[in-house]
Write a protein that binds this ligand. Structure first.
Ligand SMILES: [Zn+2]
Length: 303
């Protein structure tokens, strides 16, 4: 009888724990988009699906005025959000919004810098500290050193040259460079990313905190012949930044291998949770790519 009683207490405890987990409120974030030299009408939808299908996140979308239009009315109330997801590469934000964004990050806000968001705002020094590395937009040696990985360490190459390039899209191996970090814990050290651009010769202040993954950029594909940093964290004040250069958006949600990659989606989900909370509660998914085979989630959802 006593055994039965303690069993039922345990069952109740188990159910209570289970229900509180189900009832956990999603983490609130905002995707900033609306101008990009990339296909933002598709990319922001893919990002929203990836984040919300995990049930861990709920996102609002802040769409800027179109390029060249009056930006003065564009504003985001950053205080409502645990993270800000940057899918924006376009005209300057209003000064008030710039100031509010920097305050948000300094005071501990989370930021995800996604793909061409690191092409934006070449002349905004504080933004470049937040992204650590950027490309295009006239970037050159004045923007900072070219940062790459060689012989087990990051090299900061201050020689002259333009910042930002990529060769032809192809599948490539991601190489883990950090021994332990919540974003990568349990993930394979080497895995194959689906067809994507591979950013190279990126320049900036270059203050990377944790280098998570690099990939080799082959010269035969038009790349640099170097191991390029593609996913890393940055610290700015109390803020946590997750920068991921992967994820060139295709023509449609259906034709979009770089964003359909289960490895890309896993990194995005883990990086977003980490920058919002400082922790990662997600298990390693069974469909994660291996060193020899890519893995796609065509509906942007883990099965
Ligand atoms: Zn691209």
């Amino acid at each position: 009888m006593r055994i039965l009683h303690s069993l039922s207490v345990l069952t109740i405890l188990f159910l209570v724990t289970l229900c509180s987990a189900c009832a956990r409120e999603p983490i609130q974030g905002v995707i900033i988009t609306g101008q990009n030299n990339h296909n933002w009408p598709v990319s922001h939808k893919a990002i929203k699906m990836i984040l919300e299908n995990s049930r861990l996140f709920k996102v609002d979308i802040a769409v800027s005025p179109a390029a060249g239009e009056d930006m003065s009315s564009f504003d985001v109330d950053f205080s409502k959000y645990a993270f800000v997801f940057l899918d924006y590469n376009g005209d300057s934000w209003p000064e008030k919004m710039n100031t509010a964004f920097l305050e948000y990050v300094k005071n501990g806000g989370g930021v995800v810098v996604y793909h061409a968001a690191d092409n934006a705002f070449t002349d905004w020094d504080e933004y470049n500290k937040i992204i650590a590395l950027g490309g295009w937009g006239g970037r050159d040696e004045n923007s900072g050193p070219y940062v790459y990985w060689k012989d087990g360490a990051l090299v900061k190459d201050t020689s002259a040259g333009s910042g930002g390039s990529h060769g032809a899209r192809h599948e490539y191996i991601m190489n883990q460079r950090v021994t332990s970090h919540p974003i990568v814990d349990g993930l394979p050290e080497r895995w194959k990313h689906a067809t994507d651009e591979l950013y190279d010769r990126m320049r900036g202040p270059g203050d990377i905190k944790d280098l998570l993954y690099t990939a080799y950029s082959p010269t035969e594909k038009g790349g640099s012949g170097r191991e390029e940093p593609l996913a890393f964290t940055v610290e700015y004040g109390k803020g946590r930044i997750f920068h991921i250069m992967l994820g060139h958006c295709g023509d449609t949600l259906e034709d979009n291998p770089a964003m359909q990659c289960a490895g890309f989606q896993t990194l995005l989900l883990r990086g977003t949770e980490w920058c919002a909370t400082g922790n990662v509660t997600q298990k390693v998914p069974a469909d994660f790519p291996t060193e020899t085979s890519v893995s796609l989630r065509k509906d942007y959802k883990q099965h």
